[in-house]
Ligand binder design. Sequence first.
Ligand code: UDX
Length: 438
Amino acid sequence: MNIAIVGTGYVGLVTGTCFSEMGVDVTCVDINEAKIKALQAGVMPIYEPGLESLVQKNVQAGRLHFTTDLVSCLDKVSVVFSAVGTPPDEDGSADLKYVLEVARTVGRHMNRYIVLVTKSTVPVGTAGKVKAAICEELDKRGVQIPFDVASNPEFLKEGAAVKDFLAPDRVVVGVESEEARKLLERLYRPFLLNGYPIIFMDIRSAEMTKYAANAMLATRISFMNDIANLCEIVGADVESVRKGMGSDSRIGNRFLYAGCGYGGSCFPKDVKALIHTGKENGYNMRVIEAVEEVNENQKSIVFDKINKLFGGELKGKIITLWGLSFKPETDDMREAPALVIIDKLLKAGAIVKVYDPVAMDECKRRIGSVVEYCKDMYEAVIDADALLLITEWKQFRLPSWKCIKRLMRGNVIVDGRNIYDAKELEEEYFVYSRIGKK
Ligand code: UDX
């Protein structure tokens, strides 16, 4: 089977690579020439565990190709996945210009039956616009070539995307013809052999499923952050509450961790887009609006704690951040709480030192040299008045507190992810503060 994937961002690259791993002939297309050249040479544009070796292996096997020219592969493919960006507009709505451009290119140049599958996260109803764009181009050409549109949202977690793709909880596919259904069923057959379900539905439901799933996960996080903040006020411990709640099988114990707010490329964008879809349709998404508001506040919570501990006097204080990416195992800093915290610390006159195992270059690219970049986690705490744990990378989990105590000039630790043992830290005479416990 021959397929094309348009967009070699996070989703497109993982999707294309994993299909080629299953024996499909995949052409990945991107307009960015430098990126395509780098990929042809096996150089990754993103950090994602396991991806580089899979790309190299499948390129060598001749199953995975990279090109800037979508048109050149349209005559050999039966399925085109569109995985281009849908950046949020000012008002939170998803900008569909790249998605529709792919549709127009397909319509202008296709000469055989093709299913155009949208993988990008797009508002409900987008498939209709994609279909109309293709029809318009075919009309201009004065030809009638059968085609289908479909929706196949992705549920990949950054840092575990390859694993998620190869062993998904489920694959959701929205189709409106038997032919498209058969083609996509065949394409995903290797996953069915593994026993994972592929769930077919109508296209609008598939588009909505993605937003509903992400909004639900974001809701769990904001809910727990709200509970955590109340726990601090009333003298409860959110970690105990989480265990007590999560043991109820109806609730489950995953995605219940209070922290310094969710970030990344999906939750913030999808929550905003869902609110916007509601507004556009005259319906207020009240729960989701609150989810977003709670998250915005939560991103400042670590700063608020440190500011309070220093009595509002942060000028000249040396504050260290461990972790910059929005979560471990990625260098992605989109909507990362670290950016909000750094900004607030600098505005308050603090000197900020940072260390992250992989996101330092990304941080430099975003904010430049306004903070001091340290070569390891221990160098970062030298002379620090306080240490803030922002991203729970594994290497931060069991540090040598004795060593840290010798290196720091102060003794304040704020744990934005609740990973440390309070007793252990207090034995070393640290002042330890975390989320959801006084
Ligand atoms: C998410 C969805 O999980 C995935 O299915 C979707 O396709 C894309 O969006 P991702 O953005 O990679 O994936 O990250 P995820 O692991 O879900 O975490 C998102 C954010 O929530 C992170 O900032 C993380 O720190 C935070 N989080 C997660 C919490 O604060 N508490 C939790 O219990 C879980």
